[in-house]
Design a protein around this ligand. Sequence first.
Ligand code: ATP
Ligand code: MG
Length: 236
Amino acid sequence: MTALKDLIGFHFEKPTQEELEKLKISEEEDRKKESIKRTNAFIERKIGLEFVGKVFNGFEFQTEDIRKQAVNFLENQDRDFIVFNGKPGTGKTHLAAALIYRFVTKSINSGKSIEQTLSEVNYFRASDFIETIKNMWKHGEDTEYYIKFQNNFKFLIIDEVGVSYGTETEENIFNRLIDDRYRNRKGKTIIISNLDESGLEKYIGFRSLSRIYQRGIICNFQGSDKRAVKKITIAG
Ligand SMILES: Nc1ncnc2c1ncn2[C@@H]1O[C@H](COP(=O)(O)OP(=O)(O)OP(=O)(O)O)[C@@H](O)[C@H]1O
Ligand SMILES: [Mg+2]
């Protein structure tokens, strides 16, 4: 009988354990590379090109306490909310991007696909969220569903809270959003603002803040504006 190797022209050998291991490692590396690529695209689309690749590495933490609380936030079972508040250019959005990268890394390492992982994260600016809701009202669409939908995200980042008008309607919208996430405990929420605590209370209301106090951490960024370091002044 003709041997298989004569028929196909080469001798097929079962891969060794070592070869199989190598293949597995290279597949895993490809998967990680693809995940980084997709996450970069996600960050660019949702937050902006400026924040692509902004991870913990290279971030100058102002205090050891902020470092500890921020880095461990995703693992912290007791705390579902974290507030980053402080002056412009102190790294609040950078730190939120770093936490998205961390969330993705953890999720990928646990075996989840990058598609599934990224579908569990949402980022928006508060003013864009309010704008969307107002537009939906205009068109008679179901805003209740849209607010409740934000509950599905395991990781939600609300940036630039306090930049828009701060009307009673806006306070109500935030109250519903935060209360839903507070009740369901399905995920983590970052709230970013330039407002101090009393400003935040006026904007999102004490009911929201009370829920954040119980199950959140307030990180008050005290540093200086890192953007100003790059300032170029030319005398004319
Ligand atoms: N502590 C820091 N370490 C390293 N880079 C920083 C730090 N703080 C700010 N930066 C850099 O400075 C720039 C501005 O930071 P970022 O946009 O995160 O500030 P912000 O606090 O969100 O400001 P704003 O309140 O105006 O939105 C970014 O490029 C960021 O990477
Ligand atoms: Mg910012």
